[in-house]
Write a protein that binds this ligand. Structure first.
Ligand code: ADP
Length: 188
């Protein structure tokens, strides 16, 4: 599913594995230690090779652990993407510990970092909806709205792809995007 946000920017939803994406940057749903892990984090480190972990270690030794909602960038190693943007989404505790704001921040900080590097295209996984337990329906609204708002600003970044790993997440993101876009046009 592809949605044109304005005359410059487009947002696409695909089902698949983010490590094969050809956007200039891909985003990793990392944890604060930046030491790699399971899920999408493990897949990115395996596909990208040891260069990524080396850079992550240097970043942590310089600035400490990465707080939730923040992002840093490394090279893409063996990936097709030139950069990996590592961000830490919130763990879901029921919704009253600022989870939505932290999740929006993870997306926004990743987009800002990409734009600051002059990156034009970025792929995201569904941050926090695996091991971190954020309900997919709720995460999809935050993820898509934050990206749509960002793409409406004037920025070199004009293409965002959500790469949903499983059919259920893909279905939920599609349904949510349709709803957000139609609410949007009916408000005009
Ligand atoms: P978190 O700790 O932020 O929840 P996870 O990696 O556990 O991160 O899960 C985040 C999402 O990434 C989940 O929806 C999971 O299905 C998905 N995922 C796992 N592997 C990949 C991959 N190779 N490409 C894209 N998405 C993936």
């Amino acid at each position: 599913m592809e949605v044109i946000i304005d005359s410059r920017a487009k947002l696409t939803l695909v089902q698949g594995d983010i490590t094969g994406q050809t956007t200039e940057a891909i985003v990793n749903a990392a944890n604060s230690s930046l030491m790699g892990g399971g899920g999408v984090d493990g897949a990115i480190h395996r596909a990208g090779g040891p260069v990524i972990l080396e850079e992550c270690k240097q970043i942590v030794s310089r600035q400490g652990k990465l707080p939730t909602g923040k992002a840093v960038v490394t090279a893409g190693g063996n990936l097709k993407a030139k950069y990996v943007i590592h961000t830490v989404g919130p763990i879901w505790y029921g919704g009253h510990r600022g989870e939505a704001e932290l999740l929006a921040s993870a997306y926004r900080e990743s987009l800002e970092l990409a734009a600051a590097r002059g990156v034009k295209s970025v792929s995201f996984p569904s941050i926090s909806t695996g091991a971190y337990g954020y309900p997919v329906e709720r995460a999809a609204v935050v993820a898509l709205q934050t990206v749509i708002d960002f793409l409406r600003q004037d920025s070199p970044l004009n293409e965002v792809v959500f790469v949903l790993y499983d059919t259920e997440a893909h279905r939920v993101y599609q349904k949510t995007l349709k709803r957000l876009v139609s609410e949007d046009t009916s408000a005009e």
